[in-house]
Design a protein around this ligand. Structure first.
Ligand code: KIV
Length: 269
């Protein structure tokens, strides 16, 4: 049972912070349309992420790069119409936050037209985060594997394995937190590094392929339902396998996160 179980009261950044402080794990799933969004919300998931992963799982691209701000507004709106309890985060897509003015225009559109509660941006961008926060926009950072930088990274690879890179990721996490971000997502990094980052910052840290010791977990919905067109990544798990239906799979994931049963060592680096 969550500290905040009222299915009609929308969670806020204060609730997520209180969950970190109380040691209650935060569950998060992506969703992109009203039917899945309502189901994910009703299954008790704390945070719904309208990720730009929709470029791959909805639009069929081989990366997130073609996703536009208008795409993100459209899919965010589909979710904001139906969710009741889950906090709603929307991704700022590729090249939509190259400077502070552009970031503010697009983040405001995600909130005003998309109904997002928070926007997510990839990489260490403290100036942009400060600007958004000073204009009333809650921000979620994203470090580790950055899908929008796949062409720079040379593929979808685990990040932070070497000690210098690990130190730099820890410093980036601190600067994102100090810039005023409310949440941080860590993607694809050694579990020990993600644990150290989660301890080092005061904001909640949500992991994907980042081990059990983050403050919460996120998965791409279509991966955990095993209906993605690409291969399921090692860090994800097929929750449909032991569930009779989609709602049971989502509830099992939620409980596995809350009870620290997911991710296991086999889903971690
Ligand atoms: O776009 C997305 O779904 C994401 C998650 C993988 C964290 O950013």
């Amino acid at each position: 049972m969550s500290l905040y179980a009222d299915p009609t009261r929308t969670l806020t950044v204060s609730h997520l912070l209180a969950m970190k402080q109380a040691g209650e794990k935060i569950s998060c799933l992506t969703a992109y349309d009203a039917s899945f969004g309502a189901l994910v919300d009703q299954c008790g998931i704390d945070v719904i992420l309208v990720g730009d992963s929709l470029g791959m799982v909805i639009q069929g691209h081989d990366s997130t790069l073609p996703v536009t701000v208008e795409d993100m507004i459209y899919h965010s709106r589909c979710i904001s119409k139906v969710r009741k309890r889950a906090l709603l985060i929307s991704d700022l897509p590729f090249a939509s936050y190259a400077n502070t003015d552009q970031a503010l225009t697009h983040a405001a559109a995600l909130m005003q037209r998309g109904g997002a509660d928070m926007v997510k941006l990839e990489g260490s961008k403290p100036d942009i985060i400060r600007h958004l926060v000073s204009n009333g926009i809650p921000v979620c950072g994203h470090l580790g594997l950055l899908p929008q930088s796949v062409n720079l990274l040379g593929g979808y690879k685990v990040q932070g394995r070497d000690p210098l890179q690990a130190q730099s990721l820890l410093a980036d996490a601190r600067s994102i937190s100090q810039a005023g971000a409310s949440l941080l997502i860590l993607e694809c990094m050694p579990a020990t590094l993600a644990a150290a980052i989660s301890q080092a910052v005061n904001i909640p840290v949500i992991g994907i392929g980042a081990g059990i010791d983050c403050d919460g977990q996120v998965l791409v919905l279509y991966d955990m339902l095993d209906i993605s067109i690409s291969n399921r990544p090692r860090f994800s798990k097929n929750f449909m396998q032991d569930a009779g239906n989609i709602a049971a799979a989502i509830r099992n994931y939620h409980l596995a996160v809350k009870n620290r049963q997911f991710p296991g060592a086999e889903h971690s680096y």
